[in-house]
Design a protein around this ligand. Sequence first.
Ligand code: BGC
Length: 740
Amino acid sequence: MKNKMKLVALSIVVSALFINVPEANSQTTSSVNSLNSKYDVEIDKLISEMTIEEKIGMLHGNSMFSTGGVKRLGIPELKMADGPLGVREEISRNSWAPAGLTNDFATYYPAAGALAATWNPHLAYMFGNSVGQELRARDKDMLLSPAINIVRTPLGGRTYEYLTEDPFLNKKMAVQIVEGLQKNDVMACVKHFAANNQETNRDFVDVQMDERTLREIYLPAFEAVVKDAKAYSIMGAYNKFRGEYLCENDYMLNKILRNEWGFKGVVVSDWAAVHSTVKSLKSGLDIEMGTPKPFNEFFLADKLIAAVKAGEISEAEINEHVKRILHVLYQVKAMGSNTNSRIKGSIATEAHYQDAYKIASESVVLLKNENKALPLKLDAVKSIAVIGNNAIKKNALGGFGAGVKTKREITPLEGLKNRLPNSIKINFAEGYLERYEDKKKGKLGDITLNGPVTIDQLDPVKLQEAIDAAKNSDVAIVFAGSNRDYETEASDRRSLKLPFGQEELIKKILEVNPRTIVVMIGGAPFDIDEIGKKSSALVWSWFNGSEGGNALADVLLGNINPSGKLPWTMPKNINESPAHATNSFPGGKTVTYAEGILVGYRWFDTKKIEPLYPFGYGLSYTNFSIAHLTTDKKSYKKNETIHIKFSIKNTGDRYGAEVAQLYVSQPVCSVLRPAKELKAFEKVFLQAGETKTVEMNVKVSDLAFYDEVKKAWNVEAGDFILQLGNSSRNISQTLKISVR
Ligand code: BGC
């Protein structure tokens, strides 16, 4: 929490795996977008009885995480909690200090990157539902989640909090999270709207991009949560977009979000992201939230009362904003006649820990597995060296971002202890120390806008202990990567380099024990080229929740067959990554997204640059073959749907899951089109030897590009190539169709 205070200061200045999961709910929750609300009469009556001070009290924070209510009229405070990793611990009303409660322990869920790596929308729904129940158990109304900004640069400090670099995967997962969440009588506050893709200069940087890029890459998931999942609220981001702060951006909030998409919910500012009074309100903001200062000094507090009194803004306009807030409070049963039937929820239950386990177990990505080094065969193994600070590092809390206070966080070492037979001796050695340059404190602290500076010299004693452990054990497992102090909100990383001298450590361990498995724990790409070449087995895990260590041990030991797929591209070199290759990160006062629509694999594939590990990549302990790709027709009209069929077979000898990924390209078009774009995917669970027929539907209209001239989506007639595979770079079937 101290960390968060620093940030504030700064920003002011500048089955097991395969068991059944609930079906994703295709029916949406009651629609906040419906124009004729059954609550309108009650709401109008309430508004007619409110003073201007009471109305404006609802438009700004009256504590760190709530807005004012009107007790005499039965209007409650609107209570919020942070959310991407689970429901955040209770914060004091007037400062970032923890409230010190004993009933705010929650389940720590895998970070969003992990959830995206499952490529399983059912799990996204399950996650939303699970965390929604926890939110209710804490008697909150709004979860500040999901965070769905596009991963534009691998260095982004919040990459772990976001889902992916791909707009389609983003939207498929985000919609399910919001639906699962909101069915619990709570509001999702989807953040950070929009084009908030870097931490560097986030308080003022002016993001510039062309309209096509905005529409094709940065907006689709936001549009989908509004239109398909009926999200009740949206959080305006810190930065500027085309010259205007996002919390006072008429184009984004009024024209796109409300007028085009029909959003009827509330727009909440990010914390201390508001810069004006009348302009913010007129541009579409409803609620100003912020950081400690007298709450009446907020832009939408006393200043707004004065503005109404001075006739700069009408009371009728204030009423519109109050109406929206009352509307969502009714929708989630926070007020009105049916508050008694509001879901009560439950928190930190075994069932929720198991939800976290399921996500974690499907998120682990097997990057390399030479000579079937994994799963570990324990027959002749008497001892295992477990090496690395990450074997014992906890990540529920850490860094500047919102975390979770939890009673359960199984570390990788604990997971192995839980799962290995007692007969196997574990030789643990910390190996490297998590150390940062900080002249003043000698530990974590020197978090500048350019990210933490790590101390990369290995401690000789720790190194020797690790070498000895590896030498004296039949197998060695090194747990490296990063943690939530290193990858953090408020700064982007300085490079892709592994911190704390890990690369040297891993190489030394590999020299003394060739049976070494390397496990990376992190939320964003790292330079693991050398390590990948030298080790026979390489596994990617995440900030993976309360049960992360158990899930990881289950993967290493083969109780779970890995099925995670990378939700972003791992570049060989940061300079090959689009924002860096185009020299358009981080910019200064302005950042221009020069790569345009070519974000992530769209760049690598179109420019024919070999990534280290491609988007959608991940191995299994079994093998799959995808065959017989067919479509119902060869030629389609623009309003038709392409019905696709193919078969997928588990050709190996153990149960597993494969993610079939369908990409589409249009080789000849009047505008640049990426070499491929994800248009459908399906995670298929198969017994050994089993074959399934899979059907996918893609609307021809979904093959459109955003036409800057027509200011509309446009499908240009011509040939399209369907590319089906198990990663963006492993396409096993292609088929040409035409659109006329
Ligand atoms: C973050 C938001 C978060 C808010 C409240 C801000 O610094 O950008 O994601 O919800 O703080 O903690």
